[in-house]
Design a protein around this ligand. Structure first.
Ligand SMILES: NC(=O)C[C@H](N)C(=O)O
Length: 539
């Protein structure tokens, strides 16, 4: 007979809220105390996509009923959370069309009836796409991004466009030119950024899953702040065609869900080679989720012998002690599941942050030069071409975007190029090599997703360096182009969630999702439902 430590299925039962948490001695204290206050559900995070597919195909529930459920919740919560810049008016019609197809035995696709929110820097032909900037106010692209096209082909219903820091530049979503989004766990706190709207929308269950983009952590850090799952795929895994360019060598489209399985199923639908994006990979796309979703998989001790490396530099000075405690709890849980956990050093880790900000700003200064008031968006009318350009930019771009363009232009200018841009590229190579060495010895690497939990709106808004410093845990992964998964692993004392980051080798999303799923199904024992909607989910 296996002990609970060896048998995840038994462990899972221990972690159910019906049993007091303290009966499981390995449950981390930080989760322990705060989680009891936050516990609102006896159910584990399950794949909402699977539930929807099963129900609509068995006619137990219609796509319209699911759509109405989410839209009602959206109507109630949106005045508080403000995740969306635009909500579609055709959701119910699209749901009816899916029900009609099912009735007539027509093909509907793996995301049939699933409400997906899309970050507003991802182009949609039938909705505005502002990238959170005034310069693109009312802009309607004449085409869908490849990821959006694939979503539609899979039967998904795009529920709307979500708020973000202007052009993805920021870590709180306060940098949007339109509105400030709140964290559903505490409306006075930021949801993280730049994909704060997409993370908050999943957290408040306004949609089933959502798309974001991640240049230096924009999917993973808001996932951590909002208590949801965030997946940053390998660079090249998902086409960037139709993603408004910020820093093209770092940008990737990523996925949010309330379970690891949902994030994986969403990735499956949007990834793959696209001839419209020369950097998209031609690698064959394998099935990311079938293996771990198979019945009885959890009972096969699937993590036994998995080599896990804890990045030493991410648990030291400057990291909130309550976050460290939660991550240590997550690490001991992985040991319980049979993983071999060792510390690993990435000596170049701290160099990643300045290198990222030089490279991202440099690329943005080039990418954003297209916004001149002539080809896109808002224009200041003038007889003089230079004041038409200058006026439109002065008026249409926000302060953080201007700061990055100035920093990037400086780093690229003759005389400074070698000292900044070239140096940063050299650091990037060092970062890539040190990840490679660490991943030669380990299957996955572990770190916090951010040095703190969510903080108050306004707290860092006027302190760009403090804001940049908050990206320390995530930017290195973008420099190396690797995939990473963030999932909730606990709470700090004030009840805000903490996320653990799992980093994998290039194109190894399947392994990351598998490990994440087992971790989620055996540790949490509870869906991370924010207080805002807790009443609805109490059982
Ligand atoms: N876009 C991102 O991934 C967010 C990062 N904080 C940045 O401002 O660059």
């Amino acid at each position: 007979m296996l002990s609970s430590v060896q048998n995840p299925r038994i462990l899972l039962l221990h972690c159910r809220w019906s049993k007091p948490l303290h009966h499981h001695r390995h449950y981390p204290k930080a989760i322990h105390a705060a989680a009891q206050a936050q516990a609102v559900s006896t159910s584990l995070p399950t794949s909402q996509i699977q539930i929807i597919q099963k129900s609509i195909h068995s006619r137990e529930k219609t796509a319209r009923q699911f759509a109405e459920e989410f839209l009602n919740r959206l109507r109630l919560t949106e005045p508080h959370v403000k995740s969306f810049l635009h909500v579609s008016e055709t959701v119910l019609n699209e749901a009816d069309e899916i029900d009609r197809k099912i009735d007539q035995n027509e093909d509907v696709g793996p995301l049939a009836g699933v409400l997906v929110a899309v970050k507003d820097n991802i182009c949609t032909a039938d909705m505005p796409s502002t990238a959170g900037s005034k310069i693109l106010e009312n802009y309607r692209p004449p085409f869908d991004a490849t990821a959006v096209k694939k979503l539609k082909e899979s039967g998904a219903i795009i529920v709307g466009k979500t708020n973000l820091d202007e052009f993805g530049m920021g870590s709180t979503t306060e940098g949007s030119a339109y509105q400030v989004t709140s964290n559903p766990w505490n409306l006075e706190c930021v949801p993280g950024g730049s994909s704060g709207g997409s993370a908050a929308a999943v957290s408040a269950r306004q949609c089933v899953v959502s798309l974001g983009s991640d240049t230096g952590g924009s999917v993973r850090q808001p996932a951590s702040f909002c208590g949801v799952v965030g997946l940053k795929p390998t660079y090249g895994r998902v086409s960037r065609y139709g993603l408004v360019a910020y820093a093209s060598s770092l940008d990737v489209i990523g996925c949010f869900g309330s379970s690891v399985a949902d994030a994986g199923i969403l990735l499956q639908s949007v990834c793959g080679h696209d001839k419209l994006d020369a950097t998209s990979s031609k690698r064959e796309v394998i099935d990311f989720t079938s293996q771990f979703l198979a019945k009885d998989y959890l009972e096969s001790q699937p993590l036994k012998g998995l080599r896990v490396g804890v990045i030493r530099e991410t648990l030291g000075d400057g990291v909130d002690q309550e976050v460290v405690l939660s991550i240590r709890g997550a690490i001991s849980h992985m040991e319980e599941l049979g993983c071999t956990v060792t510390e690993v050093s990435l000596p170049s880790f701290s160099l990643g942050l300045p290198a990222y900000y030089v490279l991202a700003s440099s690329e943005s200064s080039s990418n954003l030069s297209r916004y001149d008031g002539v080809r896109y968006g808002n224009q200041i009318v003038s007889d003089e071409l230079s004041s038409l350009y200058g006026g439109s930019r002065a008026n249409g771009l926000g302060p953080e975007v201007k700061r990055r363009i100035l920093m990037g232009t400086y780093a690229l200018s003759a005389g400074y190029y070698d000292a900044y841009y070239k140096r940063a590229q050299q650091v990037r190579t060092v970062v890539q090599k040190s990840f490679k060495a660490a991943l030669d010895e380990h299957d996955i690497l572990i770190s916090p997703a951010a040095p703190s939990a969510a903080y108050k709106i306004g707290e860092k808004k006027n302190d760009p360096l403090a804001m940049y410093a908050g990206d320390i845990m995530t930017v290195n992964v973008n420099l190396a182009g690797l995939p990473a998964l963030v999932l909730p692993c606990g709470f700090v004392q004030n009840g805000l969630p903490v996320g653990v980051q799992m980093i994998g080798g290039a194109f190894d999303e399947e392994k990351l999702l598998r490990v994440g799923h087992i971790f989620e199904q055996t540790l949490q024992g509870c869906s991370f439902i924010p207080p805002l909607i807790a009443d609805e989910f109490k059982c």
